[in-house]
Design a protein around this ligand. Structure first.
Ligand SMILES: NC(=O)c1ccc[n+]([C@@H]2O[C@H](COP(=O)([O-])OP(=O)(O)OC[C@H]3O[C@@H](n4cnc5c(N)ncnc54)[C@H](O)[C@@H]3O)[C@@H](O)[C@H]2O)c1
Length: 281
């Protein structure tokens, strides 16, 4: 464990830690000296992710815990598990789903709406609630809670996923409110707003369909989607004391996408490599 890292001495919980942003963040957090509990609904994926973290950061103090964030008892048990280390300092409520049947106002099935909101909104609420209770219980005077929203909560898309978009808008609003409520306790709450990422899922879905690809890529000033590790670096900053005066913020990590009108032409700018490699994302 890095005793001089940017997160040295801090205990962190990461939900949705088995892949993508959560896994890349688990790697960077442990590299920066945090003790990490990686949580996910998928136990096999969690085991694979844990092996990857241990391979890349052999000194890591890291554990896993299966948790469905839409079940309050499971979230409570997850947060309580950090008490053995002296209580959590960082909560990254990152688990979220985007359902394949999510669509527009007419075509989104009600059960898809409910499932999406149970995980994406209620899951974040439960994470915040039990984090606050644990922080108070353990006498913490400062803490950072980071909730993953999305750029679709900031700008509209004519490729609708209405339940998902509404759920991420709710995350923005609840995070902002909690930032105000708990500011004098020293507990900060910020939103991470990722732009679409270069995941195998997205790339397979876009395939060789150039018009479909261009319809999205053209909105990125650098001509490319984001990488999970770029989100993880932002989360390290929000989790660390370096961001002590950053509170209630919607931190868009989007390559400038939400600031763009006309974007440049020409080849895309280069992207960084993810630490976990493509197979884990
Ligand atoms: N990938 C993108 O393009 C993108 C863009 C904007 C926002 N986001 C958000 O980022 C977050 C992480 O997404 P990602 O791209 O890394 O996706 P991912 O699918 O790789 O990771 C999400 C993880 O959450 C887990 N999960 C799903 N339901 C759960 C539940 N009920 N309880 C606990 N864990 C559960 C999954 O098993 C998975 O490991 C999500 O909230 C997502 O909405 C992603």
């Amino acid at each position: 464990m890095a005793s001089n890292g940017r997160l040295a001495g801090k205990n962190a919980i990461i939900t949705g830690a088995a892949g993508g942003i959560g896994l890349e963040t688990s790697i960077l957090f442990t590299k920066e000296g945090a003790s990490v509990i990686m949580a996910d609904i998928s136990e096999p994926a969690l085991e694979k992710a844990l092996a990857k973290v241990k391979q890349l950061v052999p000194s890591a103090r890291v554990e896993t815990k299966k948790c469905d964030v839409s079940k309050e008892a499971e979230v409570k048990a997850l947060v309580d598990a950090a008490d053995a280390w002296g209580g959590l300092d960082i909560m990254f409520n990152n688990a979220g789903i985007m359902h394949a049947q999510d669509d527009d106002a007419v075509n989104t099935p009600e059960n898809v709406w409910d499932l999406t909101h149970n995980i994406n909104v209620k899951g974040v609420w439960f994470g915040c609630k039990h984090a606050v209770l644990a922080l108070r219980r353990n006498g913490k005077k400062r803490a950072s809670i980071i909730n993953t929203a999305s750029v679709v909560a900031l700008v509209g898309a004519a490729t609708p996923q209405l339940a998902y978009t509404a759920s991420k808008g709710a995350v923005l609003a609840l995070t902002r409110e909690l930032a105000m409520v708990h500011a004098r306790e020293g507990f900060r709450f910020n939103n991470l707003c990722p732009a679409p990422l270069n995941t195998p899922l997205l790339q397979d879905w876009l395939g060789d369909d150039q018009p479909k690809r261009m319809r999205r890529e053209i909105h990125f000033p650098a001509g490319r989607f984001g990488e999970a590790v770029e989100q993880a670096h932002a989360v390290v900053f929000l989790a660390s004391d370096e961001s002590s005066f950053v509170n209630g913020h919607d931190f868009a990590v989007d390559g400038g996408m939400t600031k763009a009108y006309v974007t440049p032409e020409g080849p895309a700018a280069p992207a960084p490599q993810n630490n976990a490699g493509k197979d884990s994302l």
